[in-house]
Ligand binder design. Structure first.
Ligand SMILES: *[C@@H]1O[C@H](CO)[C@@H](O)[C@H](O)[C@H]1NC(C)=O
Ligand SMILES: *[C@@H]1O[C@H](CO)[C@@H](O)[C@H](O)[C@H]1NC(C)=O
Ligand SMILES: *[C@@H]1O[C@H](CO)[C@@H](O)[C@H](O)[C@H]1NC(C)=O
Ligand SMILES: *[C@@H]1O[C@H](CO)[C@@H](O)[C@H](O)[C@H]1NC(C)=O
Length: 674
């Protein structure tokens, strides 16, 4: 077992630290401009005591929809075939589901700077890396469009690498431009060292004469091969739309294509941009402008003509919006009224059908089609939906639906404290000394998607259309190299009586053409569980959880609980129970199971937290050098805030008792790959 234990005391951050700037999430989905206001909640429930006023911790709980009428059939057969099934997707990466971090909140999420990285973030990425090998993260969004790379940020506290320049509001719409230093990219590179994150970044596109390509130069030089690609313009379809003044109202797909041509000729002679092919992401259109339908954009031949330069084809999509609540314009949507729309499969098959021709073109042109930004609803999501168990089921369904329809990746957006839909949210800056992170439903889905697709790069997804295509019970099979290896079963129905739980009889064997002689003797099953679709926090995946609001350092708690189901080999079925609501992942092979089930996850230390000391950040140089140079005796000393030196420790191997210790005050580390 490899050594990776460490504990570091990474600097004292007093709770009373100056709140020098409040970063509102600059919404990529923002249409009308203006900084969002904090949305006050009205429905207070048990969690209200912990409510801090930020959307991310809003205690609003909705009423789950009733049992459907007609009720679902609760016993049905799912027939799989050896050798493959018709309509298998293209082979998918286990890093299919990734994250999109709004650039303006990057330091909230990733860390203060390259010598002060957020440990919970490292742990969250590590969980994914152990399941799929790597993680896909984008830093960008609307805030990238005005971001300026500076040598230093003057006038801010020492170590500041990202700030909003309130002196220079552009277009008077109240969204201040960003300034940042190259240390942001250095921090990203150090994160990659530990957790194999690969990055998408974006370059400003408002000004074309010339383009400011400094982030491309710095990104290539600092991130190297961890830089996946660079987005050329975020939602250009909205540049001239609805009062935004970044282009004329007549700005059309052909204009954008011409501007890309200008960009390519600008970089062609730039030696600081060594990679000129297979690097750009376009067109990143939202679905809000009817003059920029995907097919209208493709009709410019942008993909064929720029096939060499383009890395991937990008689109962005939120199925609904909460902009009225956030910005006070338009018609407000009551979350309760739309709750049920997040609990049926056909809402997602409809949504994905918008991209049917795009996917065909992408496959033809051999370019990944990437859902570059998505989540439950734009303008920060809906309270009670975006942060509920429903959103975990919904985002799994959405991701699997996109994978089946030949998207190659989907990035779920993170907007910061004022968003409901965050996969994960750090404690507010002024509370980070005594609170931990909040892990949202979408993060669970990301981890589960990593398990579903695994590290092989060979997983092909098929929508089973099971239970006669019932919209409340979608299911998928995963094939690897011609054999079914996993089955994913979802039940959207919320039924506290349990009557609408279902049993899927999975049949692979039987000896008919294309079938195995018999089913496996047994299969393993992991469940994603909660009491109701409206539940917030404390979801469990295979018995483990990230807890409630403010309870996580990014490591799962509790014992792994995986069911072994004996199959009925005489009748060639494996009967799998799926609760209402719930999700089950069935592992048909032992290899598929072990590849997706790390025995230990390399995690990173967070140290004891008191009201005055925050050690949830770590200097990566301490992490890198702390392995294997001390013994357990040092752990105890580490709890003292003053013991900076002895706080760094490592361990030659993971000692069993250590795992328990780790959960205690010191929150150290566990370790190693299988
Ligand atoms: C990070 O910030 C801290 C203070 O918050 C500062 O001491 C340190 O020098 C900074 N590191 C870098 C690389 O800017
Ligand atoms: C996805 O691409 C594969 C390979 O080209 C194709 O067979 C399949 O029909 C496509 N799926 C969809 C839903 O278009
Ligand atoms: C943190 O800051 C917010 C917003 O400025 C404020 O409402 C809240 O009371 C502060 N909390 C603490 C514990 O200081
Ligand atoms: C899967 O693809 C990733 C990224 O391209 C690569 O690093 C990895 O080695 C591949 N894994 C396998 C098993 O081929």
């Amino acid at each position: 077992m490899q050594v990776l234990a460490a504990l570091a005391f990474a600097g004292v951050v007093a709770a009373q630290q100056q709140e020098w700037k409040v970063w509102h999430p600059s919404n990529s989905e923002l249409i009308y401009g203006g900084d969002p206001v904090t949305v006050a909640s009205t429905t207070a429930t048990a969690g209200a005591a912990a409510y801090t006023g930020s959307a991310a911790y809003d205690p609003t709980t909705l009423t789950p929809p009733g049992v459907p009428d007609p009720a679902i059939t609760t016993n049905f057969v799912v027939q799989l075939y050896q050798g493959g099934m018709t309509n298998l997707s293209i082979p998918q990466s286990g890093a299919f589901m990734g994250f999109s971090i709004e650039m303006s909140v990057a330091t909230q999420i990733l860390g203060r700077n390259s010598s002060s990285i957020n440990v919970p973030f490292l742990n969250l990425m590590s969980n994914l890396k152990e399941r799929s090998g790597w993680v896909r993260v984008r830093v960008g969004g609307n805030s990238q469009e005005s971001a300026t790379l500076k040598e230093h940020l003057d006038g801010y506290p020492e170590g500041t690498i990202l700030a909003k320049d309130y002196a220079n509001l552009f277009n008077n719409i109240g969204t201040p431009p960003l300034e940042y230093t190259a240390d942001l990219l250095t921090m990203m590179s150090k994160i990659s060292d530990f957790t194999n994150v690969h990055w998408y970044i974006g370059m400003p596109f408002f000004n074309t004469t010339p383009f400011d390509v400094s982030i491309v130069q710095a990104g290539m030089s600092i991130l190297g091969d961890r830089l996946l690609a660079v987005q050329a313009g975020n939602e250009p379809d909205l540049y001239g739309f609805n009062g935004r003044q970044h282009r004329a109202e007549t700005y059309a797909p052909q204009d954008y294509k011409n501007e890309l041509s200008g960009l390519f000729s600008q970089v062609s002679s730039n030696d600081l941009i060594p990679r000129k092919q297979d690097i750009w992401l376009a067109p990143s259109i939202s679905a809000a402008n009817p003059n920029w339908l995907p097919d209208t954009v493709w009709s410019t031949n942008i993909i064929q003509d720029y096939n060499q330069q383009l890395n991937s084809i990008t689109v962005e999509r939120y199925p609904n919006n909460n902009c009225a609540a956030l910005y006070g314009s338009g018609t407000a949507i009551n979350p309760q009224d739309v709750f049920q729309d997040y609990l049926r499969h056909n809402a997602l098959t409809d949504l994905v059908s918008y991209y049917a021709t795009s996917a065909v073109l992408a496959v033809q042109q051999n370019k990944p089609l990437v859902m570059f930004e998505t989540n439950t609803a734009s303008c920060s999501g809906f309270p009670g939906i975006s942060d509920s168990f429903a959103a975990a089921l919904w985002s799994l369904d959405w991701s699997l639906t996109m994978a089946y329809n030949n998207f190659s990746a989907a990035l779920f957006h993170i907007g910061g404290q004022n968003s409901y839909y965050n996969p994960f949210t750090p404690a507010p800056t002024n509370q980070s000394a005594f609170r931990e992170w909040t892990i949202g439903p979408v993060y669970y889905s990301a981890m589960i998607m990593a398990e579903i697709l695994g590290p092989s790069n060979a997983s092909q997804v098929v929508d089973l259309n099971m239970n006669d295509g019932n919209i409340f019970t979608p299911g998928w099979a995963i094939y690897e190299n011609g054999s079914p290896t996993k089955v994913a079963l979802l039940n959207y129905v919320n039924d506290p009586t349990g009557a609408q739980s279902y049993t899927a009889a999975i049949a692979i064997g039987g000896g008919q053409t294309g079938q195995l002689a018999s089913n496996p003797a047994s299969v393993r099953v992991k469940y994603l569980a909660a009491d109701s679709v409206a539940q917030k926090g404390n979801f469990s995946w295979a018995g483990q959880t990230f807890g409630n609001h403010f309870e996580s350092d990014g490591r799962m708690k509790g014992n792994l609980d995986v069911q072994t189901v004996q199959c009925d080999q005489a009748n060639n079925v494996c009967n799998i129970h799926v609760p209402a609501p719930g999700f089950a992942l069935v592992f048909l092979t032992e290899d598929g199971y072990s590849a997706a089930t790390p025995e230990t996850v390399a995690t990173f230390p967070t140290t004891f937290q008191t009201a005055t000391v925050n050690t949830a950040r770590v200097d990566p140089s301490v992490l890198a050098t702390s392995n294997g140079h001390a013994d357990m005796a040092d752990i105890r000393g580490a709890t003292s805030p003053g013991s900076r030196k002895s706080a760094a420790f490592g361990m030659r191997e993971a000692v069993p008792g250590l795992v328990a210790l780790a959960g205690l005050a010191l929150g150290a580390l566990v370790v190693g790959r299988r």
